[in-house]
Design a binder for this molecule. Structure first.
Ligand code: UDX
Ligand code: UDX
Ligand code: ADP
Length: 470
């Protein structure tokens, strides 16, 4: 009979493991959930008495308030949590490799491997081990090999793939009511039995028909495929936005018309300054790397183009800014509103804002940045990484981080909207206009502002995907 899960350990208290396992704890009061991490500061933040959690996610503090100390625990005692658990989620980071074989494409599986080796080293009872991090195909297989080669005799390890589909900013809603939960297992009696133990966990709140069980490899590929196809939609709409800007078409009208076809669907068709986030680019590059290693160069080229188009979109936007400001921004003040890769998150991984700011700084502009959730230290870290050859003191001479949108947008030459934070729509633009150098420019990379209203105030406005009407 399938094991009834009583204790869960989650290795990795980041954007995926933290919210996912906090929600599992909330929805399963009969299961004890311990989330562990090597990073003590992160665990301390999860445990902070005033709920200053290490990640910003709407609704997350509410979940943690209800479950923490009841059946949800955050700890650095990794070995202890592994020993006690029946089921272990591995949700450590899997960044793109920066050096060695597959650098720039393949995922760095170092963290997954060391977490897996830790499980093998300390486990004294059988476990269900669940890969939760976004990983390349066949990772489950590698995890199984490591566990079997290193564990004590008589212990069983069943490996499941259970990719997470939550999007940042809406993580809690996505976890409460997922479109689907995907569980991949070996199609052996043991594999299926492990899958049904995990089904029972999710069945506490997810309708059974939304819990899909598939083979391990299908599960691993589905995660990469879902992100690749979502990113492909954005690159498709962004490619069309370039045509719109060059003609008189309006990308919102085009997207609306196309999305009305039920075969296409209306969601995820917003033109933007480029997609970011920790998953899209990484997963596509994983798919490209996989295709190449399977000797499928045409398939690799097809998916690579999605990333190429995204790079082009970012470049195209910064070029529009320079061209519009009379072909030079040297010494001019450019205000960038938004630094996170999307609204409602403080995450900056692969954010388009970073590329834009790097371009502006290379043109020797002065840049003022404001984001409601990203802290200063993170901004400096990202800019230093984007400009590795420029000493941070020199970057700091060109960049100001402002305390509010209004402060950032005042006394500047051009305002660039990089992230679709709602508060940017509510700025008193007439007041801002009064303080700006003239002509005053706004570049709306997210198409969130009312361009006609802004033009009435006096601004020159360029919106992503909007051509001049004729
Ligand atoms: C994504 C997937 O949506 C999620 O299922 C997966 O688990 C992880 O990767 P996330 O990266 O958190 O989630 O955010 P998402 O909402 O998908 O946005 C990714 C990027 O695409 C953002 O930069 C966003 O601004 C951009 N985007 C999204 C657009 O430019 N246009 C759109 O229409 C939608
Ligand atoms: C298409 C558009 O659907 C229609 O809206 C437009 O007005 C004209 O072009 P049509 O060419 O008649 O219509 O057929 P469609 O059903 O779209 O199929 C086109 C091709 O795609 C066919 O060869 C079909 O077999 C193939 N197809 C379709 C697939 O291979 N897989 C699918 O999932 C769907
Ligand atoms: P994701 O977006 O995939 O959740 P994050 O970087 O936000 O990625 O979180 C991953 C977390 O995993 C980090 O907090 C990191 O410290 C933790 N981690 C990495 N390797 C291990 C390990 N071997 N044991 C415990 N925690 C780990």
């Amino acid at each position: 009979a399938p094991v009834t899960v009583k204790k869960i350990c989650c290795i990795g208290a980041g954007y995926v493991g933290g919210p996912t396992c906090a929600v599992i704890a909330l929805k399963c009061p009969d299961i004890t959930v311990t989330i562990v991490d090597l990073n003590k500061a992160r665990i301390d933040a999860w445990n902070s008495p005033d709920y200053k959690l290490p990640i910003y996610e709407p609704g997350l503090d509410d979940v943690v308030k209800q479950a923490r100390g009841r059946n949800l625990f955050f700890s650095t005692e990794i070995d202890k949590a592994i020993k006690e658990a029946d089921l272990i989620f591995v949700s450590v980071n899997t960044p793109t490799k920066k050096s060695g074989v597959g650098a720039g494409f393949a995922a760095d599986l170092n963290y997954v491997e060391s977490a897996t080796r830790r499980i093998a080293a300390v486990a004294t009872s059988s476990k269900i081990v669940v890969e939760k991090s976004t990983v390349p195909m066949r990772t489950a297989e590698s995890m199984r090999t490591i566990l079997e080669a290193n564990s004590k005799p008589g212990l069983r390890f069943d490996i499941l793939s259970n990719p997470e589909f939550l999007a940042e900013g809406t993580a809690i809603g996505d976890l409460f009511a997922p479109d689907r939960v995907l569980i991949g297992s070996l199609q052996t009696p043991e594999g299926k039995s492990a899958a049904s133990s995990l089904i029972d966990v999710y069945a506490h709140w997810v309708p059974k028909e939304r819990i899909l069980t598939v083979g391990l490899w299908s599960s691993e590929l589905s995660k990469l495929a879902a992100n690749a196809m979502l990113a492909q939609r954005i690159s498709s709409i962004n490619a069309l936005s370039a045509i719109c800007e060059a003609t008189g078409a309006n990308i919102d009208e085009v997207a609306h018309a196309v999305g009305k076809d039920s075969r296409v669907g209306p969601k995820f068709l917003r033109a933007s300054v480029g997609f970011g986030g920790s998953c899209f680019q990484k997963d596509i590059l994983n798919l490209v790397y996989l295709s190449e290693s399977l000797h499928l160069p045409e398939v690799a080229a097809y998916w690579r183009q999605v990333v190429t188009m995204n790079e082009y979109q970012k470049r195209r936007f910064s070029k529009t800014v320079v061209d519009t400001l009379f072909n030079t921004i040297t010494g001019k003040n450019i205000t960038v509103l938004g630094f996170a890769f999307k609204a409602d998150t403080g995450d900056t991984r692969e954010s388009a804002a970073i590329t834009l700011i790097r371009d502006f700084l290379s043109e020797r502009a002065r840049v003022t940045i404001y984001d409601p959730q990203v802290d200063e230290a993170q901004i400096w870290l990202d800019l230093q990484e984007a400009l590795p050859d420029t000493p941070l003191e020199n970057i700091k001479k060109q960049v100001i981080i402002a305390p509010s949108a209004l402060a950032a947008a005042s006394n500047t030459d051009a305002v660039v909207i990089a992230t679709e934070w709602k508060e940017f729509v509510e700025i008193d633009w007439a007041a801002v206009y009064g303080t700006m150098n003239k002509p005053a420019f706004i570049f709306d990379g997210r198409a969130i502002l009312d361009a006609d209203e802004l033009r009435k105030i006096g601004f020159t406005v360029k919106t992503i995907g909007r051509g001049v009407a004729f």
